[in-house]
Design a protein around this ligand. Structure first.
Ligand code: ZN
Length: 350
C-alpha cells in the first residue's frame, strides 16, 4: 500500500511499501481505515536526525502515530467494536504477559511496540490493523481531527494523574508547545483553579490564554522571570504543581524555585542532555518529583472529557494537509511558524 516512508538516508517518500505482515488480522484485532494523522515532534525529529536516543532508523519506516479513523473489519474475537465505528488508536502495544503490563505500567514494558519508533511502522497509510484493546470509539461530537489529538493529550492527562491534583491547585506549565498546552488543559480538567503557562514566544502564550480565558495566564519569561509571576499569583508561597514541558535545561533545573513547600514537580519534556537536579532545593520543600513516559490508561478518560465539552483541543489544530501533501507537511513542521501548534494530515476515504 502507499505510505509515507522515511528512508534510512532520511529521504521522505510517499510510495508503495509491502506491509503484508502487519496487515494480517488477528482474532482480537480491528482493521481501521485511517482518516487523520497528527504530525508529532518525534516524527519530525526522526525525519531531521534519523534517531531519538537508542532508536535509530535503519530500515525504511512509515511515520505517524497520532491517528483516528473508521473500523472496516473486526476479528472474530472482537465483541465491543463494530464495522463503521469511528475510533482513535493508542499507538503503543505492550506485551500483555510482561511484568510491566501485569503491574499496570504497560507504557514501561521494554517490549512495547510503538508506532513510528524504529523498527515499528507508523500509521501514515490508508489502513492499519490494531488490537481492539487499544482502539477507542469516539463520542459522536468528537471529530477525527480531535480524535487524532487524543495521543498528545494523553501525555498531559498522564502528567495530571502523576501530579495527583487537588481541586483548587495552582500549577505552572513550563513551555507552550503542543505538550505544554495539552498539559495545561488536562491540569484544568483535573481540578486546577489556575494554570500559569510560560514560554518565550508571544503568539504561543496568546493562544494558551485563549484556551481557557481567566484560568490560563501566559507569562513571557523573556520579560518576566517565572518566579516573579508565581510569586504574584500565590502571595510568594509558590505553586502546588510544576509541569516541566519545555525540555529546556535551564527551565528544567529551576523547577524547585517555583513550587510551594510540599509541592510536586512533574518532568514531562525530554531535555536533550542530562540536567542539573538541585537535591537540597527539593529537600527544603520536601518536593515530590514525578516523571512521565508516554501514558497508560488515559484514552477513555480523555475521550469522556472531550465528549462532555469539558476539554476542547480544536484550537490546537492549526494546520491541515492532504495525504498527497505529506512531504510538504513535514517540511512545514521542521520550521513551524510561531502561530502554529499542531499540523495534521487527512487521508482520502474510500
Ligand atoms: Zn505524538
Amino acid at each position: 500500500m502507499q505510505a509515507l516512508v522515511l528512508e534510512p538516508d532520511l529521504e521522505l517518500n510517499l510510495r508503495d511499501i509491502d506491509l503484508s505482515v502487519e496487515e494480517a488480522l488477528g482474532a482480537h484485532d480491528v482493521r481501521v481505515q485511517v482518516h487523520t494523522v497528527g504530525v508529532c515532534g518525534s516524527d519530525v525529529h526522526y525525519y531531521q536526525h534519523g534517531r531519538i536516543g537508542p532508536f535509530v532508523v535503519r530500515e525504511p519506516m512509515v511515520l505517524g502515530h497520532e491517528a483516528a479513523g473508521t473500523i472496516i473489519e473486526v476479528g472474530t474475537g472482537v465483541t465491543d467494536l463494530r464495522v463503521g465505528d469511528r475510533v482513535c488508536m493508542e499507538p503503543g502495544i505492550p506485551d500483555p504477559n510482561s511484568r510491566a503490563t501485569r503491574e499496570g505500567r504497560y507504557n514501561l514494558d521494554p517490549a512495547v511496540r510503538f508506532w513510528a519508533t524504529p523498527p515499528v511502522h507508523g500509521v501514515l497509510r490508508p489502513s492499519v490493523v490494531h488490537p481492539a484493546a487499544f482502539t477507542f470509539r469516539l463520542p459522536d461530537n468528537v471529530s477525527f481531527a480531535e480524535g487524532a489529538m487524543v495521543e498528545p493529550l494523553a501525555v498531559g492527562m498522564h502528567a495530571a494523574n502523576k501530579a495527583a491534583l487537588t481541586p483548587g491547585d495552582v500549577a505552572v506549565v513550563l513551555g507552550a508547545g503542543p505538550i505544554g498546552l495539552v498539559t495545561a488543559l488536562a491540569a484544568l480538567a483535573g481540578g486546577c483553579a489556575r494554570v500559569i503557562v510560560t514560554d518565550v514566544v508571544a503568539p504561543k502564550l496568546t493562544l494558551a490564554e485563549s484556551l481557557k480565558p481567566g484560568a490560563i495566564t501566559g507569562v513571557n519569561v523573556a520579560d518576566t522571570p517565572a518566579r516573579v509571576a508565581v510569586d504574584n499569583a500565590t502571595d510568594g508561597w509558590g505553586v502546588d504543581v510544576v509541569f516541566e514541558c519545555s525540555g529546556n535545561a535551564r527551565a528544567a533545573a529551576g523547577v524547585f524555585d517555583l513550587i510551594a513547600p510540599g509541592g510536586v514537580v512533574v518532568y514531562v519534556g525530554m531535555p536533550g542532555e542530562p540536567i542539573a537536579f538541585d537535591v537540597v532545593a527539593a529537600q527544603v520543600k520536601e518536593a515530590r518529583v514525578e516523571h512521565v513516559f508516554r501514558y497508560a490508561h488515559v484514552y477513555p478518560r480523555a475521550l469522556r472529557l472531550m465528549g462532555s465539552g469539558q476539554l476542547d483541543v480544536k484550537p490546537l489544530i492549526t494546520d491541515t494537509f492532504t495525504f498527497a501533501q505529506s512531504r510538504e507537511a513535514f517540511d512545514f513542521c521542521t520550521a513551524m511558524p510561531d502561530t502554529s501548534v499542531k499540523a495534521q494530515i487527512t487521508l482520502p476515504q474510500l
